[in-house]
Write a protein that binds this ligand. Structure first.
Ligand code: AMP
Length: 546
């Protein structure tokens, strides 16, 4: 017997309808690329998203066609999120921090038909447009008078002119909730980037999960500043959870330095903000150096990389701001866990509470997790035993876009799990702590650097026998890459010669900070470089700038 409730698909357009009808007068405030502050309401957002949907119809885009963005956090990007997905197309957010060759690769792989970009990113578009044959329209997210006249990009449109010609009269289509809604490539692991393809269902369920008080926790009484970029895992789903909860939204645009973020927080009475530790470090330094305080900020959610305990304690003790530590992944939409105390832990001494709150946290309903050993068997939840972290749930990836094979692992009960590439412990209360990474990557300032790419470039030098890239802890960037090199017998090469191989092949910030020459690099039985051992051997190494 089936239940007798209304059978309504979970669609992203329903989030927009809700925000328009029930929070229509609530504000969205954006610092624009132009430098000024723009403000309008959810009602305006809904109207302009519908104009965009009409523009996509008139451009001949079919259901599931991809529309890409290369943009900062702002209201026009928000219109793309809802207008593109709401009308049944797929929103492909591109990370402008990738090297242009990688951006070209993902655009061609996604077969993007329309690309909307902030004018800041015009140089990227100029470098790649001729290599992206599927793109029919390049659209600059600006007014007609800001359109660069001599861009060299054929047929370049102004977004305002494009959608300005359209009516806001549009009825969102209804379709299967499992239809693709968003596409986000992760350049984290080796080889070509891999696309996580979110559905309407997974996005709406994730928005419910994110809005829960023990996770991101959004309310209509909040003023929310997502510093986490909308080009990196959908700003942790905050755009959708915001429409669901009806909170005020404040977008930082390109200005992510401590001073600009602080001023925006104060001016817009921000109560809640989200970002990676590097951003919060800059904010904290600005506040500390200038003897400031937060008048309205109550909570931040910090993730993407491990939250340093000292930062978490400084936020709480010095500024009365709760810093919630969360763990997320592109493949998990991205929310996986968040660290908030359980009722039974409220009476613990402060130090113990801080230890718990500094873990990556507990699973949110919608993401189950476990740790397994090399044999694929469960490891105990004792807070000490570590194993590979596996996750499963309705907003966890089951496959990658246009990629053969399944990334999933099957456990002894026949259940399918996504192996995260993180190594973790879980304690008896279900708090997970990341202890290491089995995937071969470095995360710097919240963005990935592939160690394999760095190694391949180093070994292209005729005097290099083996190269191994590892991440070295860094107070601002979390990690910075260095490359450890063994020279070929009788051959000579200098640090400068190796570093000279990188410009043009990797983005500037992905280039290793140093080259360390060693006699030997530890290899495992199968000839694989033992990175953990190498990191131990170099534990006293200091980066040149520190
Ligand atoms: P991304 O797909 O770029 O969001 O990166 C996901 C990866 O970032 C995870 O698999 C972890 O390796 C890392 N990560 C995310 N959040 C945290 C955290 N709170 N602590 C440590 N590592 C994290």
């Amino acid at each position: 017997m089936l239940g007798l409730m209304q059978d309504q698909p979970l669609l992203i357009s329903a989030l927009m309808d809700h925000a328009e009808r029930h929070h229509g007068t609530t504000e969205l405030v954006s610092r624009r690329v132009e430098g000024d502050i723009h403000r309008y309401t959810y009602k305006d957002l809904a109207a302009r998203s519908k104009q965009l949907a009409n523009a996509l119809d008139h451009a001949g885009l079919k259901q599931s066609d991809r529309v890409a963005s290369i943009a900062w956090n702002g209201y026009r990007h928000m219109e793309l999120y809802f207008g593109v997905s709401g009308s049944g197309r797929v929103m492909h957010t591109i990370n402008p921090r990738m090297h242009p060759t990688q951006i070209t690769w993902v655009m061609n792989h996604a077969e993007d038909q329309v690309v909307c970009f902030d004018t800041t990113f015009l140089p990227i578009v100029q470098a790649i447009h001729a290599k992206c044959p599927t793109v029919k329209h390049w659209v600059a997210l600006c007014d007609a008078d800001k359109l660069p006249s001599d861009s060299g990009v054929p047929g370049l449109l102004s977004y305002e002119t494009w959608i300005g010609a359209e009516s806001a009269d549009y009825t969102w289509p209804t379709f299967d909730e499992n239809l693709a809604a968003g596409l986000c490539y992760t350049s984290g692991t080796t080889g070509d980037p891999k696309g996580a393809l979110y559905s309407h269902r997974s996005t709406v369920l994730h928005a419910y999960g994110a809005a829960l008080p023990d996770t991101v926790g959004l309310s209509a009484s909040d003023s929310v500043l997502p510093v986490v970029p909308m080009f990196h895992v959908n700003a942790w789903g905050i755009p959708y959870a915001a429409a669901l909860s009806g909170c005020k939204l404040v977008f930082p645009g390109p200005a992510m330095d401590g001073k600009s973020i602080y001023e925006l927080m104060e001016a817009e009475r921000v109560t809640f903000a989200a970002g990676v530790p590097t951003i919060w470090q800059m904010l904290l330094s600005h506040v500390q150096n200038n003897n400031l305080h937060f008048s309205t900020l109550k909570r931040t959610i910090i993730g993407g990389s491990a939250l340093p305990l000292s930062m978490q304690v400084a936020f709480e003790k010095d500024y009365g701001v709760t810093a919630v530590h969360a763990w997320s992944m592109t493949e998990t939409s991205p929310l996986g866990t968040a660290a908030q105390l359980k009722n039974s832990q409220l009476g613990l001494p402060d130090e113990q509470k801080h230890q718990i709150l500094n873990t990556q946290g507990r699973a949110v309903f919608g993401v189950d997790m476990k740790i397994v050993g090399d044999d694929g068997k469960d490891r105990p939840w004792d807070g000490k035993s570590f194993g590979d972290l596996w996750v499963r749930g309705p907003w966890v990836a089951s496959a990658y876009f246009k990629r053969e094979g399944s990334p999933l692992k099957t456990d002894e009960h026949g259940r399918k799990w996504f192996p995260t590439g993180d190594v973790a412990t879980i304690d008896h209360d279900g708090f997970m702590r990341i202890t290491d990474r089995s995937k071969d990557v470095i995360k710097s300032g919240g963005e990935w650097i592939s160690s394999i790419d760095i190694e391949n470039i180093a070994v292209s030098h005729p005097a290099v026998a083996i190269a191994a890239c590892i991440g070295i802890p860094h107070p601002k960037w979390d990690e910075r890459p260095i490359v450890v090199v063994v020279k070929k017998p009788g051959k000579e090469v200098t640090k400068e010669e190796i570093l000279a191989l990188y410009p043009g092949k990797l983005a500037k910030w992905q280039i290793p900070d140093d080259v360390v020459f060693v006699k030997e690099i530890p290899l495992g039985a199968t000839g694989k470089i033992q990175k953990r051992k190498l990191r131990e051997e170099l534990k006293d190494y200091k980066l040149p700038e520190l």
